[in-house]
Ligand binder design. Structure first.
Ligand code: EPU
Length: 302
């Protein structure tokens, strides 16, 4: 790392996490596309976050917090700022008793679902098979037709750049695939209230959810999950399918033959391929139904 760079300055100020320049984003997003992040940092502690965010703010460097990148597309094929991740210290899951799990934002969501089964706690089975981190799931209010994470959340721990606070679920502003968390706020963890059940029952509901997913959604190719939000009372997948778009391609990006709301990477697709394909799909659905599909994936410009 060259002397005098922002990364150096951040380290000199006492930052203890990882920090790199020119990080390939394809390593950090499930679509497997992308250019570089000018800066990439993995924070070890709240102290690290405070220092980093303060320094970036001072220098007017844009930043974005990333979970495991399952729902994110960097539209310009890179990010001219700092991509920030939370380190292992933010990945603990604690059973606090009486049906309450306290999960750090960096914990993998599948790990949280498994832990709820191990502890014989019901309420997260609907999330089985959804990839990503707890932080990403809370930010997106991840869910399926059987339920969403917000229903189990008691409170969310949020860092605003300076202070940390627990925000009760009712004050969050949860809605379909949205949490109300603003730019500049970082989710550090969540407390979830689950109902006592038995390991066997929770596991069997998880199995049913996984079987349903395996039969209706593609696997084996990189994707960002469902690309578009479901319009009120409709399924974007059904609309795209009926508009005849299954199998449609732009470069190596393809509308899945299994579920039309999944855009998959056949190998070597670029972000531009995905954006062009999404546009084609949007136009086809608009022409057929007069419905303008909105992205569910988070498109990041910068
Ligand atoms: N359908 C088609 N063709 C397709 C896909 C679906 O006709 O290509 C039909 C299905 O046959 C079914 C209906 O559309 O009658 C609904 O399909 P599905 O049960 O697969 O649910 P969805 O509305 O397409 C939602 C979520 C998924 C979640 C599933 C299962 C959104 C945008 N999608 O999909 O979430 O896994 O329910 O619960 O809310 C995601 O958020 O990334 C995601 C994949």
């Amino acid at each position: 790392m060259k002397n005098g760079t922002l990364a150096c300055e951040i380290l000199e100020r006492g930052y203890e996490g990882e920090i790199r320049e020119g990080e390939p984003l394809s390593r950090h997003v499930s679509l497997g596309t992308g250019g570089q992040a000018a800066l990439f940092a993995v924070a070890r502690s709240v102290k690290d976050l405070r220092l980093l965010v303060g320094c970036l703010k001072e220098r007017r460097v844009p930043w974005i917090i990333l979970g495991s990148g399952n729902n994110v597309v960097f539209a310009n094929g890179g990010f001219n700022g700092c991509v920030l991740r939370l380190g292992a210290g933010f990945a603990r899951i604690l059973d606090e008793g009486e049906g309450t799990l306290n999960a750090g934002a960096a914990a993998p969501l599948p790990g949280l679902v498994n832990r709820s089964a191990e502890d014989g706690l019901s309420g997260l089975e609907c999330l089985a098979g959804i990839p990503g981190t707890v932080g990403g799931a809370v930010f997106m209010n991840a869910g399926t037709s059987s339920g969403e994470i917000a229903a189990a959340i008691l409170e969310v721990q949020i860092f605003d750049g300076e202070n940390t606070q627990w925000v009760p679920s009712a004050e969050m502003g949860f809605s379909y695939r949205s949490s109300g968390v603003a730019q500049g706020q970082i989710i550090l963890g969540a407390r979830l209230k689950l109902s006592p059940s038995s390991r066997g029952e929770v596991r069997s509901r998880i199995r049913a959810q996984n079987d349903h997913r395996a039969g209706t959604q593609p696997s084996g190719y990189p994707s960002a999950g469902c690309w578009f939000r479901n319009p009120e009372g409709e399924s974007a997948g059904r609309l795209i399918d009926n508009a005849g778009m299954k199998g449609e391609k732009c470069g190596a990006a393809q509308v899945s033959e299994v579920h039309a709301n999944f855009l998959i990477n056949l190998g070597g697709a670029t972000t531009a391929d995905f954006l062009a394909l999404a546009e084609k799909v949007r136009q086809a659905v608009y022409q057929r139904y007069g419905i303008d599909l909105e992205e569910e994936v988070r498109i990041v410009n910068g």
